[in-house]
Design a protein around this ligand. Structure first.
Ligand SMILES: Nc1ncnc2c1ncn2[C@@H]1O[C@H](COP(=O)(O)OP(=O)(O)O)[C@@H](O)[C@H]1O
Ligand SMILES: [Mg+2]
Length: 292
């Protein structure tokens, strides 16, 4: 089906702008709204911790839709998302149970994609998060698109047809561990979540730390940016680590001024011994003299 002929395509752009607990840049907001209006899967990439997974929840919340989450693993196949036939339960029942094992329907377990289509068949539009698509093998994204394009499937064992009449809002995240196939990319609307600048980070921190002392927040952000700018870090700390670090600083009652020369609770920000050793050797007071 072409996008133009898709009956679920909206007539105007929705007005999703993030939520009180999810801060989205203007760019991200417009990409989300376009993807929702076109009925195209939204593919989001970005460093770990930049809010990709949380985005789907925020879209669901903002649009007043339910969220279904499908966590992809290295062994995940597209078929798993549709349904599984639980033959083991049926075998067990045939030996020890009292259920009528001739009714195969009761052993069909719908996956998250199957559930999204089933709900769509009943007129409910949901947000479907397919999290970390790059974890599975290369065939997975293409197989997935086949299912998403078709918007229908048959349960072969029972002959039941499930036909979605409204397109779920599909959010697909990737940590960019692998390149995704061209055919897959062609069908998605794409957004790369840039690592937030200081102003956006401050807003995100305020969401998670209501009433935080602004002086401490500013000092913590400056020190966090210095840490991120250290050369040769194996794993730069991300937003989620900053939020935890700020919690630790608040709990310990650390004074913002101290952060010009020291890095307390380094292990909350840095998770590799080489990185913590690198930070331990750093003269933060000297670094603080430079501007970032
Ligand atoms: N834009 C944002 N608004 C609010 N919180 C955010 C935002 N980005 C990241 N966070 C925080 O960082 C954490 C990690 O986000 P997550 O969605 O798991 O990142 P990713 O999936 O990109 O690794 C979230 O639980 C949230 O606390
Ligand atoms: Mg994630």
């Amino acid at each position: 089906m072409t996008v133009a002929s898709d009956p679920t395509r909206m007539k105007s752009l929705p007005k999703w702008r993030g939520t009180p607990s999810y801060i989205a840049s203007d760019d991200l907001c417009s990409t989300v709204n376009v993807a929702v209006a076109l009925g195209r899967p939204l593919l989001v990439k970005g460093e770990p911790g930049t809010g990709k997974t949380l985005l789907a929840q925020a879209i669901a919340e903002g649009l007043g839709l339910n969220l279904l989450t499908w966590h992809v693993k290295s062994t995940t196949r597209a078929q798993d998302g549709l349904y599984l036939y639980d033959t083991v339960a049926r075998l067990n029942d045939s030996r020890f149970g009292d259920r009528d094992v001739r009714d195969i329907g009761q052993y069909i377990v719908l996956g998250q994609l199957g559930q999204a289509f089933e709900r769509a068949q009943n007129g409910e539009r949901v947000v479907l998060l397919i999290d970390e698509v790059d974890k599975a093998d290369l065939e997975f994204p293409n197989d997935l698109l086949h299912e998403l394009d078709a918007m229908r499937f048959k349960v072969a064992e029972t002959g039941r047809d499930i036909v979605a009449t409204t397109r779920p809002v599909v959010v697909i995240t990737s940590n960019a561990e692998k390149e995704l196939p061209d055919a897959f990319l062609r069908r998605c609307v794409f957004h790369y979540i840039e690592f937030p600048d200081e102003a956006l980070l401050a807003q995100i921190c305020r969401v998670h730390h209501a009433g935080v002392d602004e002086k401490l927040l500013a000092a913590a952000l400056r020190q966090f940016m210095r840490v991120r700018s250290l050369p040769e870090l194996r794993k730069k700390p991300s937003t989620s680590e900053l939020i935890d670090w700020l919690a630790a600083l608040r709990l310990a009652g650390i004074d913002g001024d101290k952060l010009e020369s020291a890095l307390p609770f380094a292990g909350v920000l840095l998770k590799q011994e080489r990185d913590t050793a690198r930070a331990a050797k750093t003269d933060f007071a000297k670094l603080a003299q430079r501007r970032f």
